[in-house]
Design a binder for this molecule. Structure first.
Ligand code: MUC
Ligand code: MG
Length: 366
């Protein structure tokens, strides 16, 4: 089996409910669909979300790096030669979501060619994950209304609150209102997307003490190493690295330097191959992981649950798997469903992301 053709298809689907956070805002999913074709007629599929404020990638840059840099080096390779593929991807720096999608599409091909679901090939631990819903910037009363609605409608009982606003009282109040309105048995954690300084984050931790928040993600710039290390040392809850740890090397650096003591894994930027290496590193170090969300579509969310459900350590916590519900439409032919607060893997060969051809024609931009 050989890779014959790689497509990078830009498309745009508007959000019904845009998501705002400290480092940016999404109003349209202007993503790139990756399709890899083999000489024996198999097609692997994955999705890439451009996040210029996180990784420097744009829709154009993803199309360009995939078609001009990666495709010429990957065409002709056997998708099963995964280490050869990884070596080629690593030779070009950055571009994490372009690389992640290529890796996922190749795993899709491997699963289809073996007639086996990819969640089984990876580890086969469970067939579903609990779901965490991510709440963007909104007035506190609206946040509570949204969380209560998601709990009632989908059975979701874990919420990640986007924070990093100034004045700090906005996020302190939102945390308090959510805890009061949701009660003690709902998990709530915060993600500031580097919106604060380390000292501001410490003040927020002081002012929210007693609310039972479970984690604080990317509170400040991890590059400001001393402040971040002091915060990690003083916090009683895990400080989660997200955009500071897109690669295996970044994870080892942040864990060793004390910049984070929990790690967010995102398949959108790590694919399945590097995500598995990151997971192994974290398990070995005794560090918790979360399965994060790159504000993924259904195609992207299916990849996250495929990986997350495959291992015990990645399925322990609720995964961030529900923000596709904020979109007006999606490319996936058979929609994902969240029931009883969980989302299931697909028991079909590959990852199971079958794209609706009419919808792709409608939304594609090329
Ligand atoms: C997160 O965890 O930071 C914000 C932008 C994006 O693409 O993903 C997020 C969620
Ligand atoms: Mg984050």
């Amino acid at each position: 089996m050989k890779i014959e053709l790689i497509e990078a298809i830009p498309y745009a689907i508007p959000y019904a409910r845009p998501l705002k956070f400290a480092s940016g805002e999404v109003t349209t999913a202007d993503h790139v669909l990756i399709r890899i074709h083999t000489d024996n007629g198999i097609m692997g599929v994955a999705d890439t979300p451009p996040r210029p404020y996180t990784y420097g990638e744009t829709q154009d840059s993803i199309v360009s790096v995939v078609t001009k840099i990666f495709a010429p080096q990957l065409i002709g390779l056997d998708p099963l030669d995964r280490s050869k593929v990884q070596q080629i991807l690593r030779r070009t720096v950055h571009n994490p979501t372009a690389k992640g999608a290529l890796d996922i599409a190749l795993w899709d091909i491997i699963g289809i060619s073996l007639g086996t679901p990819v969640h089984k090939l990876l580890g086969g631990f469970t067939d579903r994950m609990r779901v965490c819903h991510m709440l963007g910037f909104k007035p506190a009363a609206e946040l509570l209304e949204e969380a209560l609605r998601f709990r009632e409608t989908y059975g979701i009982n874990t919420f990640k609150l986007k924070t990093g606003r100034r004045p700090l009282s906005l996020d302190v109040e939102a945390s308090q209102v959510l805890r009061d309105g949701l009660g003690a048995d709902t998990e709530i954690y915060l993600d500031a997307n580097r919106g604060w300084t380390a000292n501001e984050a410490m003040e927020v931790l002081r002012r929210t003490e007693g609310l039972g928040l479970s984690m604080l993600e990317e509170p400040c710039d991890a590059g400001e190493a001393m402040g971040r290390r002091r915060l990690v040392q003083h916090s009683t809850i895990p400080i989660v690295g997200d955009e500071s740890v897109p690669t295996l090397g970044d994870v080892s650096r942040e864990l060793l330097s004390g910049g984070s003591n929990a790690i967010c894994i995102k398949t959108a930027r790590s694919g399945f191959t590097e995500a598995q290496q990151i997971l192994g590193l974290c398990e070995g170090m005794g560090v918790d992981v979360t399965m994060g969300n790159q504000i993924d579509t259904q195609v992207g969310s299916l990849a996250t649950v495929t990986f997350g459900a495959a291992f015990e350590a990645s399925s322990r916590r609720a995964g961030e798997l529900s923000n596709f519900l904020d979109m007006t439409d999606d490319l996936l032919a058979e929609p994902l469903e969240i029931t009883g607060g969980t989302i299931r893997v697909r028991e079909v060969p590959g990852v199971g992301a079958v794209v609706d051809a009419e919808k792709l024609t409608k939304y594609r931009q090329d």
